[in-house]
Write a protein of this length. Structure first.
Length: 348
């Protein structure tokens, strides 16, 4: 694989330290430059400098790829974002410059659904509180209502955002004999037929669900979609779960709803501004279970996500359309480049 213009291997800038096996794989085809920290984000000014020389970026969700960043790029061909979500990337800015943006769907679907359902169970059955109780030496005796939570089985789950992850959460819910209702931009006939899921308008879902599970992606339309009004429409016993993106929820309104007893509890894997500190207002509430955005965090899945990123880079530099391209406009741009013969991507 040659770089555009026939030079050395294409240069990939990796914005977070990745395991050696992934870097070795990348090095077979690319020059690799990598931010050396695993838990610290690459500073903005470093990323802006690095993108000037890069042919490809392998990014994570904390990197903001906006107009300014794309305009600093000189020969960037592809961004492989290690996530299914891509709200950290300005797709228009990428498409206008003929940069392909790819994500990592599918490989994380089951894992993220597992975590979402685990969070629902943990919140309903007060598992984190109970584990802390034991560790703190507070367990004195079995007692009739000690740490009594609420049942999950045979209740109603309301899934907002019935994409791939939502559907697999519904499958888990079916195993718990739950009634499944959902709200989505489009009807999901397969989930309806195979899992008995019932489509509802949003207000109906909020009024009926015992568990409201948010899996909607973050877009201009979904930003703040769970606010004071929505929490008011939920049952007092409702448990709210968010495993998509923090800004889909108005956190101040959620705080008020939890504090005033408008809803019973919340399980949150994502927050408006991540990472949150120990002083975040939601944390002292006993009816909140908070996790550090670990939906897809298993070793198997994270490695599979990294491999998908590598596959996407390989297809782009082999002049083929990647399987998980997000900005479909890129293909139109590319057809035009083909017709004028100025694509600048060379094969081995
Ligand atoms: C995703 O893939 O979008 C997750 O939120 C990051 O693991």
């Amino acid at each position: 694989m040659k770089k555009a213009g026939g030079g050395l291997k294409p240069l990939v800038y990796v914005t977070r330290k990745l395991p050696e096996e992934i870097i070795s794989r990348l090095k077979e085809n690319y020059e690799v430059d990598m931010w050396p920290e695993e838990e610290v984000q690459v500073p903005r000014e470093v990323l802006v400098e690095k993108v000037k020389k890069a042919d490809a970026l392998l990014t994570v969700i904390t990197d903001q790829l906006d107009e300014e960043l794309f305009s600093a790029a000189n020969h960037l061909k592809v961004v492989a974002n290690m996530a299914v979500g891509y709200d950290n990337i300005d797709l228009d800015a990428a498409s206008r410059r003929g940069v392909a943006v790819c994500n990592t769907p599918d490989v994380l679907t089951d894992t993220t659904a597992d975590l979402t359902f685990a969070l629902l169970l943990a919140t309903a059955r007060r598992m984190i509180e109970a584990a802390e109780f034991v560790k703190n030496g507070e367990w004195k005796s079995w007692s009739p209502l000690l740490l009594a939570g609420t049942d999950v089985h045979h209740k109603t789950i309301g899934i907002v955002g019935m994409g791939k992850i939502g559907t697999v959460v519904a499958k888990r819910a079916a195993g718990f004999d739950m009634e499944i209702i959902y709200h989505n931009r489009r009807r999901h006939e397969v989930a309806e037929e195979m899992l008995g899921a019932r489509y509802c308008e949003m207000d109906e879902l909020l009024a009926e669900a015992d568990f409201v599970v948010c899996l909607a992606p973050l877009t201009e339309e979904t930003k703040g979609m769970f606010g004071a009004d929505q929490f008011r429409k939920m049952k007092k016993e409702a448990i709210f779960i968010n495993a998509s993106r923090g800004p889909v929820v108005d956190e101040a309104a959620l705080y008020d709803a939890l504090q005033s007893g408008e809803i019973a509890a919340a399980g949150l894997d994502v927050f408006e501004l991540e990472p949150i500190g120990a002083d975040h207002p939601l944390l002292p509430l006993p009816n909140v279970v908070a996790l550090p955005h670990i939906g897809s965090a298993t070793k198997e899945t994270r490695l599979a996500m990294m491999d998908t990123c590598c596959d996407n880079l390989d297809t782009i530099f082999a002049d083929r359309a990647p399987q998980t391209l997000v900005n479909k406009d890129f293909l139109n741009w590319r057809k035009q480049e083909w017709s004028t013969g100025s694509l600048g991507i060379a094969e081995d």
